[in-house]
Design a protein around this ligand. Structure first.
Ligand SMILES: C[S@@+](CC[C@H](N)C(=O)[O-])C[C@H]1O[C@@H](n2cnc3c(N)ncnc32)[C@H](O)[C@@H]1O
Length: 299
């Protein structure tokens, strides 16, 4: 059989018209792996997206087709490739001051009442869970600095975590193209951004950078994290998970929050069946009800 004929037979089963055949079985295997690893549910409407993000890996690895790629992903020694697949398939959309009302709420209801205590040495901890390329934790940092410009010299830390190691590296670099920094108010830009001459972009200065610690963390696995946090931001992350997984994640946040702590979630996310554990404190902002103060490591 000629190569061209073999190709056209393979293409008959392909869900996508492209360089490599991509069958329903290929899609199902990749979707199952992504769900098991990251909790992310992929609907079949994402077929073309999965193909386009992974075809480059098939080509770079010199594989013949997605069958070979799926076999590679399934091999026990393929941790690195599974990580690459995961990085390629996560949705990292974010921006500075996304859903700005959350940062006003944080400033007025969490930070402002604590300013004197923080200046006297009290601890402030905030977690950005699913931080993507860093715009969310840096928006939190700039909000803190707007009230306490010397915060980097105090006991103040923002933990920024994400499953995707590429976005963690971008957050650590703290350098953003001109159009990305536009949502930052001009006065804050003037004070806390500097020219990144190497990349021709804008970089957060040392003070906001010192406030944020970026770490890889998969919310589906153990969390080697000690509370308590005065605020947890987990926005537009669990939207890709099924409902029981979403509820499990929300439930695990509760003991990590201070009694007066706040949970900030995405505009289209809901607490669902566990909403009786929290009380609403504004638009997609919640306080835990009657919890014990969190002081232990939660896994
Ligand atoms: C759409 S972005 C949201 C970023 C930011 N929170 C915001 O609202 O602008 C979702 C982020 O969640 C991360 N993510 C997806 N599954 C995850 C998991 N199981 N554990 C940790 N992070 C995850 C993705 O890598 C991605 O960077």
């Amino acid at each position: 059989m000629s190569a061209a004929l073999a190709r056209s037979i393979a293409d008959d089963n392909s869900l996508v018209d492209g360089e490599f055949a991509f069958t329903r079985e290929n899609f199902t295997r990749i979707a199952a792996l992504l769900h098991a690893q990251a909790g992310i549910t992929l609907s079949e409407s994402k077929t073309t997206l999965v193909y386009s993000r992974l075809a480059k890996r098939v080509r770079t690895l010199g594989l013949k087709n997605f069958d070979e790629y799926c076999n590679l992903l399934a091999a026990p020694e393929s941790d690195e490739e599974r990580g690459r697949m995961l990085n390629a398939l996560t949705t990292n959309l974010t921006r500075f001051y996304r859903e700005p009302h959350h940062f006003d709420h944080l400033r007025d209801n969490v930070l402002a009442p604590m300013v004197d205590k923080i200046r006297s040495g009290a601890r402030l901890r905030i977690w950005s869970a699913g931080c993507s390329t860093g715009q969310e934790p840096f928006s939190i940092a700039l909000t803190i600095l707007s009230l306490i410009p010397e915060a980097a010299n105090l006991d103040v830390k923002i933990l920024a975590t994400d499953i995707d190691t590429n976005v963690i590296a971008q957050g650590q670099a703290a350098s953003y193209a001109e159009d990305l920094v536009e949502p930052i108010p001009a006065a804050q830009r003037a004070k806390w951004l500097e020219r990144d001459t190497e990349l021709g972009q804008w970089r957060l200065t040392a003070a906001p950078r010192a406030l944020v610690a970026f770490k890889p963390l998969n919310l589906m696995q153990d969390w080697p994290i000690k509370g308590p946090f005065q605020a947890i931001f987990c926005r537009n992350v669990v939207i890709y998970f099924d409902e029981p997984t979403q509820e499990r994640i929300w439930t695990k946040f509760e003991p990590l929050l201070e009694r007066t702590g706040r949970l900030y979630i995405g505009h289209s996310e809901r607490l669902g069946a566990i909403s009786d554990r929290f009380v609403s404190d504004g638009l997609t902002v919640y306080r835990p009800i009657g919890q014990q103060r969190a002081t232990r490591t939660v896994s």
